[in-house]
Ligand binder design. Sequence first.
Ligand code: HPA
Length: 277
Amino acid sequence: MTDHAAHPLDDPAADPFALAAEAAAQIAAITGVEKHDIALTLGSGWAKAADLIGETTHTIAATDVAGFSKPALSGHVGTLRSVLLPSGKRALVIGARTHYYEGHGVRRVVHSVRTAAAAGASIMILTNGAGGIKEHWTPGTPVLISDHLNLTADSPLEGATFIDLTDLYSQRLRAIAREIDPGLDEGVYVQNRGPHYETPAEVQMAKAMGGHIVGMSTALEAIAARQSGMEVLGLSLITNLGAGISPEPLSHGEVIQAGKDAEPVISALLARIVAAL
Ligand code: HPA
C-alpha cells in the first residue's frame, strides 16, 4: 500500500541535502555524538552485525528523524543506532532502508546515505541479500560488490550533475575485506526495480551484460554516496541462485530463511572488516 502521508521530499522544490543536514543535526542532538565516522546499511541477513561491531549507545526510531520512512517490510528494523567501536570511532547503523520498489522516488531511497554523509561519515558500507548468478555461490555465501549495473533507469543525481563512478566500490576497502577473508569472491551487482524477482530470461540478460548478482537495492545508494564524497564498500549475501539458474522456484520465505541461517557467520565477518577500517 502506498503511504499517502505528505513527505518533505515529495515536494520537488525541497532541497534533499538540507533535509539530510537537518536529519544529521537531529541524530547529533539525540546521541550527543557530533560526528559519525562510518555508516552501515544492514540489509537482509546482516542485521546482527550491529551487535557485534561495538557498543550501541543510542537507538533511535528512524521515524523520529527528518525524512526517514517506516520500513515497508516486516522483519526490517526501522532504527538508527550509534555504535562506539573498540577503536574509539563511531558508526551509524542504518536499519531502515527505503527501497526503490516502494515507489516513493529515488530521493527517499538515498536519504539515509545523504544523512550519513551529513553526519560526518566518510565510509559507507552497503549490504544486501541478493540472488547469485555464479552457480558455485551456494545460499549463505557473502560476496564483495566490485561494480554495478543500474537497471532502474533512474539516478539520485538531479540536473546536470556529472559524477565519475570509476572505482565506485573502493578497491582499497575491498582489499581490506580480503585481508580479513581471503576467500571472499566478488561480482558485479545488478540493481533491478523489483519487487518481483527476475524472470530466468532477465537473469540470463544480466549475466550476458556482465552481471553476477541480482538485487533490488544498493546501486542508487552507492551513487549518492559517491556524490557525497564517501568511500563505498558493498557486500551481498547470496540468499538464492537467480531465477532459472537452479530448478527451484524463488520464494521470499526461503530468501529470508537463508539470510537468517547465514546471519551469525556473515555478521561476524562484517564486524571483523569494520574493526580493520
Ligand atoms: N533477485 C532480486 N532480488 C533478490 C533476489 C533475487 O534473486 N534474492 C534476494 N533478493
